[in-house]
Design a protein around this ligand. Structure first.
Ligand code: SF4
Length: 390
């Protein structure tokens, strides 16, 4: 298939849905419960809601929306650190647009900007480096955020800054890595999962081999998936086929984009500049060992955490916020007590309501009339599947 509408063909979608329904019914009878499949990536969560895929699926399948949205898992303390750096005299703080509204314990970067801090949105870390070159009397800090998908461009920017002898540019590094995160999810005692849709974007960089442990040690199938409706439906079908056959393998549905071995140049840039942190704090998931990266000692001159004093305080989420439970799939977004009440896209209480890849924002944006029905039923404590089929 070459054109995007071919990946949205309703006739092919119906064929896949029919097959999915048959296999999922058989599996439900065998398991005596629905089949639980986690989409790890926030991009998949967005597509699933945008195209109404969750509503098309039979109630024998439960999709669990995983922790793969880097903005959503950013803890409040790190946002406070951003604000503390941004509010320093002489600093220009640069960030991707979706991080600017994430609430900290007192304010977001957007609020800091409104109060006078020089916070600027950029489209790439190289834009931040250009700002540094054009403002030699200022300290320019780039807010590095994201999984292995965005890590290479940050790494290459640091290497470029070094090569060009730029000494007023630094990185506030919040990059995170996918494998320890998935492992933490699999080790979570309160989570039941039968298989995964693997993250398409991250896998472009790391390839498919790093997921092998999921099949070998946890006996769960993984299908690395694309982001169009047929990609997602086909990938779900592939996971179900493996479960039906009692298999657990790593398959690559997104092979038009994802090379088996990953992107060698990108991996080299990451390996040259970054090293694993001992642990990293995640919103709602707590501290996960080796789940974040930091600049290696030889690039300390570009490390904002070494250049500036940051508070580095762990801040608990607001009491009413249930982002952690949503991230672990323990509850659905609409079951959070403050969903669409105190927490809306205009006034987000939790990070899942900020990014378009956050499941709460996706439910809010694409729920439509069904959202009202679901909310009304949730208030009456009607079970998830029943509410979903309202
Ligand atoms: S509704 Fe808001 S507070 Fe509740 S889980 Fe979603 S983002 Fe977090």
């Amino acid at each position: 298939m070459k054109h995007v509408d071919e990946f949205r063909d309703p006739v092919k979608a119906k064929v896949l849905l029919k097959e999915i329904t048959v296999i999922a019914k058989e599996l439900k009878e065998r398991l005596k419960r629905p089949v639980y499949i986690m989409e790890v990536c926030g991009g998949h969560t967005h597509s699933i809601f945008r195209y109404g895929i969750e509503n098309m699926l039979p109630e024998t399948i439960e999709l669990i929306h995983g922790p793969g949205c880097p903005v959503c898992v950013l803890p409040m303390g790190r946002v406070d650190d951003c604000v503390a750096i941004a509010e320093r005299d002489n600093v220009i703080f640069t960030t991707f647009g979706d991080a600017i509204r994430v609430p900290g314990s007192k304010k977001s970067l957007l609020q800091a900007k409104a109060e006078g801090a020089d916070v600027r949105m950029v489209y790439s870390p190289m834009d931040a480096l250009s700002i540094a070159k054009n403002n030699p009397d200022k300290e320019v800090v780039f807010f590095g955020l994201g999984f292995e998908t965005t890590m290479p461009s940050t790494a290459l920017t640091v290497l470029k800054a070094e090569a060009d002898g730029i000494n007023n540019f630094s990185l506030f590094c919040n990059h995170i890595t996918i494998i320890p995160t998935v492992k933490a999810v699999l080790d979570s005692p309160d989570l039941q999962l039968d298989g995964f849709l693997g993250p398409g974007h991250v896998s472009m960089v790391i390839g498919n081999k790093p997921y092998q442990f999921i099949a070998e040690h946890y006996n769960r199938p993984v299908v690395v998936a694309g982001f169009e409706p047929l990609d997602i439906l086909q990938s779900l079908w592939m996971v179900l086929k493996q479960l039906q056959a009692g298999e657990a393998r790593i398959e690559n549905q997104y092979n038009r984009i994802v090379p088996e071995e990953g992107n060698k140049m990108a991996l080299e840039a990451i390996a040259k500049t970054f090293e694993l942190r001992e642990f990293f704090e995640w919103r709602g998931l707590g501290s996960i060992d080796h789940s974040g990266v930091q600049l290696k000692a030889e690039y300390a001159a570009f490390d904002a955490e070494k250049k500036f004093i940051v508070p580095a305080v762990t801040i608990a989420d607001p009491k009413a916020c249930q982002c952690g439970e949503v991230l672990k799939g323990a509850i659905k977004p609409w079951q959070c007590k403050v969903f669409a009440k105190a927490c809306t896209p205009e006034t987000p209480l939790g990070a899942l309501m900020v990014s378009s890849e956050g499941s709460c924002a996706a439910y809010h944006q694409f729920g439509g009339d069904r959202l009202d029905a679901v909310q009304a039923k949730a208030k009456l404590n009607i079970p998830i599947n029943e509410a979903r089929n309202a």
